[in-house]
Design a protein around this ligand. Sequence first.
Ligand SMILES: [Zn+2]
Ligand SMILES: [Zn+2]
Length: 197
Amino acid sequence: MSGEAIPDSPAPDPVFGVGVQLPDGTVLCKACGCEVEWSECEECGGEGGHDGHEEDALWYHPGEVAPCSGCNSEGGHHYCPEPACPTGAVGLVELDQKPLFIPLKREYFEAFEAGRKTWEYRRKGSRWNAETCAIGRRVTLSLGYGKGRRMAGVIIGFRIHGAPAELPGWTECYGSGPGKAACLEIRVDRDGRDQIR
Ligand SMILES: [Zn+2]
Ligand SMILES: [Zn+2]
């Protein structure tokens, strides 16, 4: 008999493991406890999307990012680097549901307090992304890192901004280098009840 041998055992399925996100943004493999690593999405080069304005100028503002279907706009996936661990890609990251800690300079803290500010911008990365800043997650706004003045709130909106230099105060904090901004819309708790918007 000639012809190609057809392997009768399919390629092993990747084992999708579970990660646990700690409050500092670190993700640990739930199976072995080691810190997972990040693999960039090849479809979007880790950007989590592409230039939406170029694709649809009516829907997207300049610099706004249209979602990537290859990585569900995550920009990539976590994987466990430990060879002995059965976890390959981390398919699910469980959030530690502690409030997200957001230290702020005085002027921004007071602007939140006075209701003049509702959005906070951070450089997008492992600590600030759609997972760590999931809508509905509680936050602690803190004046600096001290315990003196804090406010509780909740994330009510999240988006990635592709041209963060346009954002107020961005260049002053982060410079004009490349990168995207994670934009968190935050509603501060008022007198124990949610502020009416
Ligand atoms: Zn592992
Ligand atoms: Zn992608």
